[in-house]
Each structure stands twice: as structure tokens, then as C-alpha cells.
Ligand binder design. Structure first.
Ligand code: F42
Length: 146
């Protein structure tokens, strides 16, 4: 059984712990913005460890849109490399945990459509895009039908 390796980033690690401990009743927003957050559980592509990452909750129907914005920083968050290797993830949205499969969105028209949804959910995404020449990876997480 793979072991959970907590994030070295305090605010992310603490958010995951509070979110899971309260079954989504607490820690489910981006600080005091009131904006909803999900927890993505994925597999480390180097360590094989279980990683848990809070991300903005961006819905597209039954799917979630995962935006590797990293605040507009120059480098991708490393969870991108985990998802590229192992697309099976779990997404916790409040008290609901779903097994999902992610796919990276490369089609320009689809990316544009999903950015519109993401920007409407979190108004700082356009600012992050403007801050970097990095092409911010976007993944769509789709429910795994049993
Ligand atoms: N980040 C976003 O990019 N998008 C969001 O929408 C977002 C929302 C959000 C909301 C609340 C909150 O608390 C945080 C939020 N974040 C958001 C930040 C997000 O939770 C992550 O902290 C951030 O995206 C950075 O992700 P990261 O995967 O780069 O995390 C680093 C800090 C990390 O955990 N590094 C570990 C370390 O030891 O340095 C390694 C983690 C890892 O996955 N290692 C892999 C392994 O095998 O275990 C290897 C990865 C590789 O190098 O290939």
C-alpha cells in the first residue's frame, strides 16, 4: 500500500488535513475568499507516494477542470508530472470522494472554452496567465464509470 507523503507547503498540507478531518465541512475554500476548493489525490511519479493537492473547484458538467496555475509562476507545479504518468486520481469535493481519470487538454478550442469556465470561477486566473510565458497545463477529470 503506497504511503501518504504530505505536501512540504504548510498551507496546502494543513488545508488537506482540515478538509479530510472534517469530511469537507472545513478547509473547503481558498483562505477567506469563500471560493470552493477540491482535494486531488494522486500518485507521485517518482516516489510512488500518495500526494494530496488542494485546487480551485472548477466544474464542467460532471467533470472537474484542474488548472496548473501555480499563481502564474514560471514553473509547472510538480503534480502535473504525476497526472501525466498516472491519470487515475481521486477528487474530494466536500464530503464526496470520486474516482476520476484525468486527461490533459491540448486542443486550443477546448482550452479556450475551459479557460472561460475557469476564469468565471476564479477571477485571478487571467492575471496568472498574464504573469508568465509558461503555457499553463489544464486537465479535465472525468468520472470513471464503473
Ligand atoms: N495550485 C494550482 O496550481 N492551481 C490551483 O487551482 C490551486 C488552488 C489552491 C487552493 C487552495 C490551496 O491551499 C492551494 C491551491 N493551490 C493551487 C496550490 C496547490 O495546492 C499546490 O501547493 C501547488 O500547485 C504546488 O503543487 P506541487 O505539486 O508543485 O507541490 C509542491 C509544493 C510539492 O508538494 N513538492 C513535493 C516536494 O517534496 O517538493 C513533491 C511533490 C510530488 O508530487 N513529487 C512527486 C513524487 O514522485 O512524489 C515527483 C514530482 C516530479 O518532480 O516529477
Amino acid at each position: 500500500m503506497a504511503e501518504y507523503i504530505p505536501s512540504p507547503r504548510d498551507w496546502a498540507r494543513e488545508q488537506v488535513e482540515g478538509y479530510e478531518r472534517t469530511n469537507g465541512a472545513e478547509g473547503n475554500t481558498l483562505r477567506d475568499t469563500g471560493l470552493p476548493v477540491i482535494i486531488v489525490t494522486h500518485m507521485g511519479n517518482k516516489t510512488g507516494g500518495i500526494r494530496k493537492t488542494p485546487l480551485m473547484r472548477v466544474k464542467d458538467g460532471a467533470n472537474y477542470v484542474l488548472v496548473a496555475s501555480m499563481g502564474g509562476g514560471p514553473k509547472n507545479p510538480v503534480w502535473v508530472y504525476n497526472l501525466r504518468v498516472r491519470p487515475e486520481v481521486e477528487i474530494r469535493d466536500l464530503s464526496v470522494v470520486q474516482e476520476m481519470r484525468v486527461r490533459e487538454v491540448t486542443d486550443a478550442a477546448e482550452r479556450e472554452r475551459l479557460w472561460k469556465i475557469a476564469d468565471a470561477t476564479y477571477a485571478r486566473f487571467p492575471e496568472y496567465r498574464a504573469k508568465t510565458t509558461r503555457v499553463i497545463p489544464i486537465f479535465v477529470a472525468e468520472p470513471i464509470s464503473k
